[in-house]
Design a protein. Structure first.
Length: 567
């Protein structure tokens, strides 16, 4: 293919009537002041979208525009162009056709990049236009660090030889940034961030070390290495989180902060002794990702409207329930962020503090020095708060203090591990809390689960398997409603799983007069009957089935959630 000619982007967009001359003038003025690229300035001002710019360039040069969202990359070809050059030139090798390499470029007018890419890959190239945003996401996926991590693990293993780690020397060299163990951990965090992992599991087995990432709720094997590097990794992580490096017989918890790919990540770490050494689980909490707002959680519109009204009340308790990892904390923080104003004093009591919110007083529980939930909560009530968040109702004492605070003019948020919204009040009574206190304090209970989303890049129509068909019929979904069912085929965007990202499904039990009267009496069956009447058609399962019919998730995912709710 001939080299593309140089053109002026602004003139091209005006010529194709995508922006006005006035908008171009505004953008050029801003570009002069900020030094940013003109295309980025136009997109940031919402004068034009990235896709429109790419399509305009494609038309001008008579070359294809490729939407990378629906493109399954070939990792072998992608790596013909080293990652540094791919990021520098905003380009990616896509496919081989007629003896030429097809390269996607965000800026096909960059003549220097065109020549350099052809020189590096030592082939003639054709170009297609791709949007910069999708290109950078694809580069993140295409240049995963798996091989680098395996190589660093091997290097560390060779460094250690056949002997076990000498604590003294490793402590002395722990700060050196070129030590293999430091490089290995940095690369591991880098890779985990690229694939949106929520947890890293380091697990020594007999003769080998297994490292797994949890992505969208499921564990994926990242690599296996020689088990003799385990003590070096664990030691380094303990030093980073201020744990006792000499204590290997007891579990320990800690946290540290790292910068990965220009974003801050808080890491919660838990170690545990096992037969073959200490296992480590690290929860990654991204600080630069922005707090999810209530609008983004995916609550049904009617429920969201009621929930917003409830969290603006001045007294009472709002509970969010569900198993570990169901997004309870995200929901509570979204609620706090919504009511966080200069007029409100908000105190949180957590173990640990998961996200940092400006303008809020956050207290971390520390059992070692007897700074328990109950103790912090009593102290917090003397700090004249309007709103209190209790990380978790773990015992009767904490529950009673929280409920009493809700009765005496405070709005209290907390979480509980229960299966559904209706069973939550009985859980509080089981913990030893007086029934009248529960009935008069609790305003609403939100129960939730997380469902995996069908990968948009490889979604295809799905015909239910016989078992799925039977289940759908029993849940009242007739065959005529199966037309919109989708599943993910598996592609490079979703690591072959067919799923990418997760969404919440919710139910809410609001404590109206009838519910309060039923809860105050010692008749569980009567209460459950009234609760079910109130929630008919609005349960977690109903919400999940609706998402399935709209093609957002699969039958298999809804069946999984159904089993959790109905166990």
């Amino acid at each position: 293919m001939a080299r593309p000619e140089k053109i002026r982007l602004g003139d091209l967009l005006v010529q194709q009537k995508l922006i006005s001359q006035e908008q171009l003038g505004i953008a050029l003025e801003q570009q002069k002041r900020s030094g940013r690229k003109l295309g980025r300035v136009l997109v940031d001002n919402a004068f034009v979208s990235e896709e429109q710019i790419s399509e305009a360039l494609a038309r001008q040069f008579n070359i294809p525009y490729i939407n990378l969202k629906y493109y399954n990359i070939n990792l072998g070809l992608v790596r013909l162009l080293p990652e540094n050059q791919a990021r520098r030139f905003r380009a990616i090798v896509l496919e081989e056709r007629d003896g030429l390499l097809l390269v996607g470029m965000a800026d096909p007018t960059d003549l220097f990049a065109f020549d350099e890419i052809a020189r590096i890959v030592k082939r003639d190239i054709d170009i297609a236009v791709v949007t910069e945003g999708k290109l950078l996401e694809t580069i993140d996926r295409g240049y995963r660090r798996t091989e680098e991590i395996t190589g660093l693990a091997r290097e560390l293993s060779e460094d250690l030889g056949d002997t076990y780690v000498d604590f003294g020397t490793l402590t002395d060299t722990a700060g050196t940034e070129d030590a293999p163990v430091v490089k290995l951990l940095q690369t591991m965090f880098d890779d985990a961030t690229q694939v949106r992992a929520s947890d890293i599991h380091i697990e020594p087995q007999e003769g080998r070390l297994v490292i797994r990432f949890r992505i969208d709720g499921l564990l994926h094997l990242q690599m296996e290495a020689d088990s003799k590097i385990t003590p070096a990794l664990v030691l380094r992580l303990k030093l980073m989180s201020g744990l006792d490096i000499s204590e290997k017989r007891l579990p320990q918890d800690g946290r540290f902060h790292v910068r990965v790919r220009d974003q801050g990540v808080d890491v919660r770490i838990a170690t545990c002794p096992t037969q073959y050494g200490e296992t480590v689980v690290m929860r990654l909490l991204r600080q630069d990702g922005g707090m999810a707002s209530l609008d983004k959680l995916g609550m049904p519109p009617e429920m969201l409207k009621r929930f917003r009204e409830i969290i603006r009340r001045s007294t009472g308790m709002v509970l969010v329930t569900g198993p570990t990892g169901s997004g309870k904390t995200t929901t509570l923080y979204a609620a706090l962020a919504e009511i966080n104003t200069i007029e409100q004093k908000i105190i949180t009591v957590e173990d640990p503090v998961e996200y940092r919110l400006p303008g809020i007083n956050q207290v971390q529980v520390n059992e070692k020095i007897e700074l328990t939930f109950a103790r912090v909560l009593r102290s917090a009530l003397r700090q004249d708060p309007d709103v209190i968040l209790i990380g978790e109702m773990r015992d009767a004492e904490t529950a009673q203090i929280g409920l009493r605070a809700a009765m005496t003019g405070h709005l209290v948020f907390s979480t509980l591990h229960t299966r559904d919204a209706a069973g939550t009040l009985f859980r509080l009574v089981d913990m030893g809390t007086p029934r009248f206190m529960v009935a008069s304090s609790v305003q609403a209970v939100v129960a939730q689960r997380l469902l995996r989303r069908v990968c948009e890049s490889c979604s295809e129509p799905h015909i239910p398997a016989p078992q799925e068909s039977e289940w759908l019929k029993t849940e009242g979904v007739p065959p005529e409603q199966w037309g919109g069912l989708l599943r993910g085929r598996g592609c490079s965007h979703c690591n072959g799983t067919g799923y990418r990202g997760r969404m919440g499904v919710y139910e809410m039990l609001e404590m109206g007069r009838e519910m309060i009267e039923a809860a105050a009496h010692d008749n569980a069956a009567h209460f459950m009957q009234i609760a079910r009447q109130h929630m008919r058609g609005k349960t977690i399962l109903d919400h999940a089935l609706e998402q399935m019919k709209q093609g957002h998730t699969t039958v298999a995912e809804v069946m999984r959630v159904s089993n959790q709710v109905e166990d």
